[in-house]
Write a protein that binds this ligand. Structure first.
Ligand code: 2HG
Ligand code: ZN
Length: 479
């Protein structure tokens, strides 16, 4: 059990961190106390914003001595309220946003060493300055921070070729729950000294310590890219197209993102400046990005030819390949705005699920029909990372019904129904957003007890006082 922070620890923290690092003004804290979707509201006595690792160590030491819980936070764009403190004020919020130094960029090592508060789009720009690229990207790139991306093992729209954050973390610096600094920043390509602490801390959602910096893998800069928007009849046709494009282009295909007709319509309705890329309506749309290294032939011609051939065989109904960077950006905006458009559209039961890639087309058709039959009027918006077998299978309330009340009444049943369909295909109820607090109950309900037991054993070994982000990721054993 942790303790509510008392006046003694608050005064000690205020002394140590000074006015920039210790914030207790409710108005200044307010934006960081509600999750991105506005579903969960937290409360805290203070927002701690350390400037360097030694300040993080002192915060953790003081918290451990008083058994006060800490909730680490980056850009506050968690989809599962993983960085929102509890409503009872029992935890302190630990923001890493002031720690935003790019400590090193090495073209020889293909490595960037950056602090946890660096925003993803700033890392993209920093890598460009040495002719390299950081290949992970997602809609929230302007706010998501490296610490948060690591702590949630973020995915995004470029995972197909380079993997999730896990594959890109070459080294980590973290403050462990004891207050000790773990220096694992050395970006060794080979290192077999047993359990990999870098990987343990990646995806740990701040429950095993505070990630303060990381060494991240860079890849060669892009010479040119081809971005296409394809209309087709089914997810089965889409998957066949993906495999055909991969076979023809080697590893040039970096993104293969599915956008059903209803998701596209929602973006066009809510996001200013967007317009439909194809003249007709298609049940399914795919956003494809293919890249070529510097000096290699432009991929536009090859992708155009491959899509024309696929259209000749009726695999593709219609397609457009962007003829300028501005057009390519406009196509990407359609895909990257879905989450924002859905947020504007209203509350939904969100499911970030994965099944084996080859099962996903059947799952999409069958699960949608099953949900719509079981929950009359419910509307399924299922979009995302088809090439990774990861779809955001979101369920909107029936029209004409108070959405909040419907979700309160039916949400838990909808979640269980969808997650059981996923489990029947040996899938995961969290492909990329993590467990946080919003998936905790369903994780506890559906997870193999062996997995839960191992998770709890690791958590207890590293954080015996339970001060690191309690109530997230690791379900409590049933009483
Ligand atoms: C995406 O792929 C994000 O756009 C958000 O992971 C998904 O809002 C969602 O459900
Ligand atoms: Zn996603």
């Amino acid at each position: 059990m942790t303790c509510v922070p008392d006046a003694t620890i608050l005064a000690a923290l205020e002394r140590r961190l000074g006015p920039k690092g210790y914030i207790s003004d409710p108005a200044a804290m307010a934006p960081w106390l509600t999750d991105w979707r506005g579903r969960v509201h937290g409360h805290t006595a203070a927002l701690l914003s350390p400037a360097d690792v030694s300040e993080v160590q002192d915060i953790v030491r003081l918290a451990a001595a008083s058994r006060v819980a800490l909730v680490p936070q980056g850009g506050n764009s968690s989809m599962v309220a993983g960085a929102t403190p509890p409503a009872d004020g029992s935890a302190l919020l630990l923001s890493l946003r002031r720690m935003k130094a790019v400590r090193d960029l090495s073209a020889d090592d293909n490595i960037a060493v950056v602090e946890a508060g660096v925003v993803l789009s700033d890392l993209h720009l920093a890598a460009e300055t040495i002719g390299r690229r950081f290949p992970l990207s997602l809609g929230a790139k302007g706010t998501a921070t490296i610490g948060g991306l690591i702590s949630t093992n973020a995915g995004g729209t470029q995972v197909l070729r380079f993997g999730t954050m896990r594959a890109l973390v070459a080294g980590i610096e973290a403050v462990l729950p004891s207050g000790e600094r773990f220096d694992g920043l050395s970006a060794l390509r080979k290192d077999n000294r047993g359990y990999d602490l870098r990987q343990l801390l990646t995806g740990a959602e701040g429950t095993l310590g505070v990630v303060t910096a990381a060494s991240l893998r860079l890849v060669p800069a892009i010479g040119a890219r081809a971005v296409a928007w394809v209309g087709l009849a089914s997810p089965h046709a889409a998957l066949r197209l993906l495999r055909r494009l991969e076979a023809a282009t080697g590893d040039a295909i970096e993104s293969f993102e599915a956008v059903p007709a209803n998701a596209l319509a929602m973006v066009l309705r809510h996001i200013p400046g967007t317009r439909a890329p194809l003249s007709g309506q298609h049940d399914w749309n795919i956003l494809i990005e293919a890249t070529a290294p510097l000096g290699a032939p432009d991929p536009v011609e090859q992708l155009t030819g491959l899509l024309a051939a696929a259209a000749g065989e009726a695999l593709v109904a219609d397609a457009v390949v962007a003829s300028s960077e501005a057009q390519a950006d406009a196509l990407w905006k359609l895909r990257e705005s879905i989450a924002e458009a859905e947020r504007i559209d209203g509350a939904a039961a969100k499911h970030d699920i994965s099944v084996p890639v080859s099962d996903m087309p059947d799952f999409l058709i069958e699960a949608r029909a099953a949900v719509e039959e079981r929950f009359a009027g419910a509307r399924v918006i299922a979009f995302g990372h088809l090439g990774d077998g990861n779809i955001h299978f979101n369920v909107q309330p029936p029209l004409g019904i108070d959405p909040k009340r419907w979700l309160e009444a039916e949400g838990p049943r909808v979640n269980a129904f969808v997650h059981d369909l996923v489990a029947a295909r040996s899938g995961s109820l969290s492909a990329e957003h993590g467990i946080g607090q919003l998936k905790l109950a369903e994780f506890a309900r559906t997870a193999d007890p062996v997995r839960l037991g191992a998770l709890r054993a690791i958590k207890n070994a590293l954080d015996p006082l339970g001060i690191m982000n309690p109530g997230k990721l690791v379900p409590e054993p049933a009483p």
